[in-house]
Design a protein around this ligand. Structure first.
Ligand SMILES: Cc1ncc(COP(=O)(O)O)c(C=O)c1O
Length: 420
């Protein structure tokens, strides 16, 4: 198997053979070399229906002709100039027109950079120290994002990675998503010193967890009450459910938004943006430093513009209905076979949890049977269906998925779930 040979080479070069940890799974992660539409092909020539979509960005499917042709046009003109380019302005306008809370923005090269800068900006703007994040919320891999809650007696977070100083974790408070009381408690104790609350509006990195019970509206109100900022990390949700942010769908308007994934059309990207008075604090006009050699680079911007211009004219009902039908099909199989599982769905994202409880919090999600999920993942691979390789990721639908994909997927799941 070519996959195995290449993986052995990769193991000699990269820790566990990968350049990002979620790509690793035992024994040998599948290695893809091509994609077209809803399908990806591995180096051994097998073709799979793809529900990972590069962990979200490929909403139009792989190798969209128009996007590829726009990237090639840009390549002919050069890759990087280190100056302002028209491409940035064009993509910036598209985003500003679509998400009303984004008055000004900065492009970055990843979602990690976007949230890192958004957090620094919130601290610089408010002059306050603490950031409040949600347990199980993921905002990339910088120090301030790698914090989880400590034991019950501890108020501050603790590092979720070695190498993150305690001093950093002592500036990050960790609340529970969908649990207003946990947030209120932290605000009562630290309210005047909380620079910002940062959250994914829909959790997408612990499986899918929807916001319940006006939770996001509550976050908006409590941040206003204490003069803190609200940061919505829409790296996954931005332009995923409609040609706007999730914030526009539910009409809860944050001060700062972070985007990534879809807006780069598959090229490396991030963005943070928001109210003009806040964004004007960024250097060189303001005193909050932020920079990047590749930020807003012409190549990424051209992929983003092409993707967004196509997406603008798409009817999102298509992917949302696909997800409805798929999830209904899976729910029937689960019921008929009395499988201990249930599915969370948000528009065109879903996750099947091997859990007897409905998953509406981090604490319930983490009790899911990740081993069983892995077994399902492996069996589905044999059925030529590719899911993100973890119970705590999210399946995505693209505009390239079609009816045959849908039927083949439901039939494959039916065979696999009966085997488990
Ligand atoms: C909500 C959210 N924020 C931030 C990030 C980090 O983005 P990146 O991987 O581009 O650094 C991710 C990545 O999956 C994400 O899902």
């Amino acid at each position: 198997m070519k996959s195995e040979e290449l993986f052995n080479e990769a193991l000699k070069l990269f820790p566990m053979g990968v350049n990002s940890p979620v790509r690793y799974y035992s024994p040998v992660p599948v290695m893809f070399s091509q994609g077209k539409g809803s399908k990806i092909m591995d180096v051994d020539g097998n073709e799979y229906i793809d529900y990972s979509l590069g962990f979200g960005p490929m909403i139009l499917g792989h190798a969209n002709d128009n996007v590829i042709s726009k990237i090639k046009d840009q390549l002919d003109n050069g890759i990087l100039f280190g100056s302002i380019t028209e491409n940035e302005i064009e993509l910036g306008k598209i985003i500003k027109n679509a998400i009303k809370s984004i008055n000004k923005m900065r492009f970055t090269n990843s979602g990690t950079e976007a949230t890192m800068h958004a957090i620094r900006l919130a601290r610089g703007y408010t002059g306050k120290k603490y950031i409040l994040k949600m347990e199980g919320g993921y905002h990339g891999s910088h120090d301030y994002a790698l914090i989880k809650s400590g034991s019950g007696t501890m108020t501050f977070g603790v590092p979720s990675s070695a190498g993150v100083p305690d001093e950093v974790s002592k500036t990050v408070l960790v609340g529970q998503y969908n649990d207003k009381e946990s947030i209120e408690k932290l605000f009562k104790e630290f309210g005047n010193d909380i620079a910002a609350v940062i959250t994914e509006p829909v959790l997408g990195n612990i499986g899918v967890i929807n916001p319940g019970n006006d939770f996001l509206k509550f976050l908006r109100e409590i941040t206003i009450k204490y003069s803190s900022l609200l940061i919505f990390d829409e790296v996954i949700t931005g332009f995923r459910f409609a040609f706007k942010g999730y914030q526009d769908i539910i009409n809860v308007i944050p001060d700062i938004t972070t985007l990534g994934k879809i807006i780069g059309g598959g090229a490396p990207v991030g963005m943070f943006g928001g109210r003009e008075d806040i964004m004007d604090k960024i250097s060189p006009g303001g005193n909050v430093y932020e920079a990047g050699t590749f930020s807003g680079n012409p190549l990424t911007m051209s992929a983003g513009i092409a993707t967004m211009n196509i997406l603008k004219n798409k009817n999102y009902d298509y992917i949302n209905n696909y997800a409805d039908k798929l999830v209904n099909g899976l729910n029937e199989i689960i019921e008929e076979n009395k499988i201990n599982a249930n599915i969370n769905k948000c528009y065109s994202m879903f996750q099947l949890f091997f859990n007897d409880k409905k998953v509406n919090s981090y604490n319930i999600a983490r009790l899911s049977d990740a081993g069983k999920f892995k077994k399902m993942f492996e069996l589905l691979l044999k059925e030529n269906i590719y899911l993100p390789p973890s119970q705590f990721e999210t399946e995505f639908i693209s505009f390239a998925h079609n009816n045959d994909d849908l039927n083949n997927t439901v039939n494959a799941f039916s065979r696999v779930l009966k085997c488990l």
